[in-house]
Design a protein around this ligand. Sequence first.
Ligand code: C5P
Length: 308
Amino acid sequence: MIGVGTTPVTVRAAAKVNLHLGVGAPREDGFHPLTTVYQAVGLCDDVTAHPADDLTLTLTTTDWIDAGAVPVDGDNLVHRAAVLLGRHHGRELTGRVEVEKAIPVAGGLAGGSADGAAALVALDRLHDLRTTDDALLAIAAELGSDVPFALVGGTALGTGRGELVEPVSDVGTWWWVIVPSRQGLSTPEVYRHFDRLRPDAPETPPGADVLLGALRTGQPVSLARALHNDLQEPAVDLRPELGLLIDRGESEGALRGIVSGSGPTVVFLCESADHARDLAGALMRTGQEVVLVANGAVAGAHLVPSHV
Ligand code: C5P
């Protein structure tokens, strides 16, 4: 088929945590202005685009992820990525797209956004479209507020509704223990609850200077002190068990626990790899079913050798 590669293309994209998530009062379009600092962490989904005559999507997940919670129809970000990228090039894109999910669904880790970003890169390469970086970022922003960051990766400042990203200096290697929940939390619902709890939220979201300064020290203790998430209060109010989980992790020795993004995943910052493994073991002994260890910052959506 003209213009379609013959070999599959695999692209890996990482989960994110928000080291700082400052939220302002809702804008006229309903979105909230953000000042956020994203960090990509080593918990990744792989998206493989195979040549095909039409556009289809298949999903495989690790057993503790609820595959049923992922839309596999036109609402899926992979599907929308194909449509928007095709529209940009004035054509319909085809491909059999396989998503291998390791990032929890509706977890506050931008797993869907990672898949959308990976699909853009995979389909661009499969069809040899040579889309410019600026065009990819613009399409990513149309897909969702977190999708541009999933392309860029590393550690980055996000403004606007989160879609305007700019890499920031990050000299450390940061170790995280990640505790997903079995049941996801709806991002719009958490934002709506923020509005109820914070009718006085400022127009300009709280800035990230303290966090950016802490990042530059490279010291986990400094970063732990500076972590900030305005969506934590509404997320914990909707799911009080998240507050208990944070307390448990901190009493087991975490430097600090916070809700990731809009939750319900809770992430704990640790001193080192060994410390993270010890904390993960301790949390599992308290009965926590799924406990992951990852470090950051890692790369944004990137090609990996095809699976054999
Ligand atoms: O941009 P995205 O599709 O990821 O956003 C999902 C939902 O989260 C939005 O429809 C909106 O309700 C909420 N949101 C928001 N302000 C943001 C980002 C997301 O209110 N900055």
